[in-house]
Design a protein around this ligand. Structure first.
Ligand SMILES: Nc1ncnc2c1ncn2[C@@H]1O[C@H](COP(=O)(O)OP(=O)(O)OP(=O)(O)O)[C@@H](O)[C@H]1O
Ligand SMILES: [Mg+2]
Length: 371
């Protein structure tokens, strides 16, 4: 009886050993494969999730581009797939109609529907979007803007970290613009309605890590402005001069509109507004002598005092205004005002008037014209 039990036990042990060997040969390699795939997944699950959402967002943008021929294209209300786990905490719920009293935040941005792209600069894309039945403009850095494309080409496909760094400068410029829009609020500067800055720095190196929401306007070009009636062109000139006066006398400093272009202005309810603030700066030029305050060979009449060319920025703004606007002002001037208008433009060219004085001069032209 005992021998029988011992044999049974030995048989069982033998079967178990065979089973173990078979399992080791057949299943172990499969487990290894699974392991090698799942390890990085578990390691950065959140990051992968956000990337998937970003990819979905891009996919919708591509769809939008393909369907651009359709008049009005609406992507569903979840089109801005910002990673929800990275959003700042939700604030008290107030309605969009209350927009004047509070800034829109990430939760609001999530609810916006993209309609179509309306502008693209060196660092930002601008989209028309709808939110609670109203149209807004959304600005964000994307892989299709010139600055990012150039950087991506330079670093190549291999180094993901280097690719992410490509986004830092453009996102910094958008942050700078958001902060200036909040500090410099004015009737001739586009109104900021809100913004979303994702909390996790690790995804700053990607599309739409930072999104700003501003009021939407109609784009402008010099040709478009040149075809407008003179009274309208004078009104736009007053708008820009009023803006220059505001920027030059701001409490933060006297701003230089570096690289001033008409395409940076948009029209909102008939008023010209500056829509691109990322290249403006309040620093005056450093100097040790007056000639350091010249512009090339031109003496701007600015002196070097306390190592700074105080007033140089405002002179350069006036020169840019002259360059971009003298034709706009001088085309088809009413006969009765021709001499006065030409004299004012000459004074502007010679930098003998300030932006504030020009506003007053141009307003008198307007009054005389409408009499
Ligand atoms: N609020 C707006 N409403 C309508 N169009 C806008 C608005 N803001 C900007 N745009 C359009 O989008 C274009 C690109 O925007 P923006 O100038 O801010 O980008 P950018 O990358 O800073 O451009 P740039 O390289 O010229 O400095 C603008 O030239 C303008 O025509
Ligand atoms: Mg710009």
């Amino acid at each position: 009886m005992k021998t029988k039990h011992i044999w049974r036990l030995l048989m069982l042990l033998f079967l178990l050993t065979i089973l173990f060997v078979v399992e080791s040969i057949l299943l172990l390699p499969i487990q290894w494969n699974t392991n090698s795939q799942s390890r990085p997944m578990a390691k950065s699950r959140q990051e992968r999730e956000s990337k998937i959402e970003h990819a979905m967002f891009r996919h919708k943008l591509i769809q939008a581009k393909r369907n651009r021929s359709k008049n009005s294209l609406t992507i569903d209300s979840t089109s801005l797939h910002l990673p929800k786990h990275l959003l700042p905490p939700k604030k008290a719920n107030t309605s969009f109609s209350n927009i004047a009293s509070r800034m829109l935040d990430c939760e609001d941005v999530l609810e916006m529907s993209l309609v179509k792209r309306i502008g693209r600069g060196t660092t930002k894309e601008v989209w028309k979007a709808t939110y609670q039945g109203k149209e807004v403009a959304i600005k964000m850095v994307s892989h299709s803007v010139a600055d990012i494309k150039m950087c991506m080409n330079r670093v190549g496909n291999q180094d993901r970290e280097e690719q992410r760094r490509c986004y830092i400068f453009a996102n910094y410029k958008l942050m700078k613009e958001i902060s200036l829009l909040m500090d410099l609020q004015h009737s001739n500067i586009i109104k900021i309605l809100g913004y979303c800055i994702l909390q996790d720095e690790s995804i700053f190196g990607d599309d739409h890590s930072i999104v700003s929401v501003v009021e939407i306007g109609d784009r402008l070009s010099k040709r478009k402005v040149m075809n407008m009636p003179w009274s309208q062109r004078i009104q736009f000139s007053i708008d820009v001069l009023t803006l220059l006066h505001h920027l030059e006398t701001s409490s933060i400093g006297s701003f230089l509109l570096a690289d001033f272009k008409i395409s940076q202005m948009v029209i909102v309810n008939g008023t010209m507004k500056l829509a691109d603030l990322d290249d403006i700066a309040p620093e005056e030029t450093n100097c040790t002598q007056d000639s350091h305050c010249h512009f090339g060979n031109r003496n701007l009449g600015v002196q070097c005092s306390s190592s700074m060319c105080h007033g140089r920025n405002s002179k350069l703004n006036l020169l840019s205004f002259f360059e971009k606007f003298h034709e706009i002002i001088l085309k088809d001037v009413p006969d009765t005002l021709e001499t006065e208008v030409k004299a004012a433009v000459k004074k502007l060219e010679n930098l003998q008037v300030s932006s504030g004085q020009l506003v007053e001069i141009f307003k008198t032209f307007q009054r005389k014209f409408t009499k």
